[in-house]
Design a protein around this ligand. Structure first.
Ligand code: NAP
Ligand code: GLV
Length: 318
């Protein structure tokens, strides 16, 4: 029998499943965790919880951290690995939902859906106008650039194929194996930025991707281009993005993630040419249930003496 701390509100079925297996489960949301960790063997945590050395110090019995998310940039993997603590995540089950959200942002920004919805509610429907002040840009048949061509990036590109788009991607490595399925061309980041009408960011946050998109990269983009970030906020230099959106360096943006969540800079909130969502990429009922299932699977595997399926490889030491 183990002691499990779930550091976020959770589906009752998931809690009951762990309890039925004979484990003690505490669900605690929004409190400082360090006081409650001493007796904990397994932690199921939201990706908004920083799991750093200080927290791990307070949890001497901890055997696994099951992150509710695929991105694990909130976790000090090196320290966890040095202490023999396993880390698992929730890949695959959220891929399609996150790609859908990326497309929701792309379409909303291109066709000014949120802006015009707000104006209609505030001022009423002014009547059909041939040349309205809110002309958008075409999506069908334009060029889509995907930065980070893994599970989510490829799902974003597959949707682009349905929109008759020319597809570009950049990643750490070329993906020769997708050639038969996706007609996407591997290019450098600079070329992708120069050629794409829509740029969707789908990388993890790592030291290499921090501020991957800054003032220089935004200047490389087309003036009519739209940037969508469904990766992590710090992949974009937010201050540079606010300037680029203000001065028309690019046309617009759709952002699900922010540099210093949950803070959203007032500079962004004040702009009409950006669509903002509060990190809801995977937030559908069915997807969140599958994520909870995966986290529980991982914890139960550890308590059963098995190796969890979705272990995150610790970074090379040094
Ligand atoms: P994945 O399958 O591992 O794909 C990540 C891709 O990024 C890989 O293709 C990788 O290249 C590429 N990459 C890594 N470093 C790069 C760099 N420096 N430059 C260019 N490309 C780079 O992961 P995934 O499941 O698609 O998830 C990707 C990320 O999306 C997560 O880590 C998370 O941060 C974010 N996410 C956000 C939400 C949300 O709610 N907004 C939801 C889910 C995930 P290689 O293939 O060459 O290694
Ligand atoms: C969400 O942001 C995730 O990484 O799963």
């Amino acid at each position: 029998m183990g002691s499990i701390l779930i550091a976020t509100a959770m589906f009752p079925e998931a809690v009951e499943r762990l309890q039925r297996a004979g484990h003690e489960v505490e669900v605690c949301e929004g409190v400082p965790l360090t006081g409650t960790l001493a007796e904990v063997d397994a932690l199921i945590c939201p990706l908004s919880l920083p799991v750093q050395a200080e927290l791990l110090d307070a949890a001497p019995r901890l055997r696994i951290v099951a992150n509710l998310g695929v991105g694990v940039d909130n976790i000090d993997l090196k320290t966890a690995s040095e202490r023999g603590i396993l880390v698992s995540n929730t890949p695959d089950v959220l891929t399609e939902a996150t790609a859908d959200l990326g497309w929701a942002l792309l379409l909303a920004a291109a066709r000014r859906v949120v802006e015009t919805d707000g104006e209609l509610r505030a001022q009423g429907f002014p009547g059909w106008v041939f040349l309205p002040p809110y002309l958008g840009v075409d999506v069908y048949g334009k060029a889509l650039g995907v930065v980070g061509f893994g599970r989510i990036g490829q799902a974003v590109a597959r949707r682009g194929q349905g929109f008759g788009m020319e597809l570009f991607y950049t990643s750490r490595s070329r993906k020769p194996d997708i050639g038969g399925v996706l007609r996407a061309r591997f290019v450098s980041l600079d070329e992708l930025l120069q050629k794409s009408d829509f740029v969707v960011l789908c990388t993890p946050l790592t030291p290499d991707t921090q501020h991957l998109i800054g003032a220089r990269e935004l200047r490389l983009m087309k003036r009519d281009a739209i940037l969508v970030n469904i990766a992590r906020g710090p992949v974009v230099d937010e201050a540079a993005l606010v300037s680029a959106l203000r001065d028309g360096t690019i046309r617009g943006a759709g952002l699900d993630v922010f540099e210093d969540e949950p803070r959203v800079p007032p500079g962004l909130v004040g702009l009409k040419n950006v669509v903002l969502t509060p990190h809801i990429g995977s937030a559908t009922g069915a997807t969140r249930r599958r994520m909870a299932d995966l986290a529980c699977d991982a914890v139960l595997a550890v308590f059963g003496g098995e190796r969890p399926l979705n272990l995150v490889t610790p970074p090379a030491s040094g």
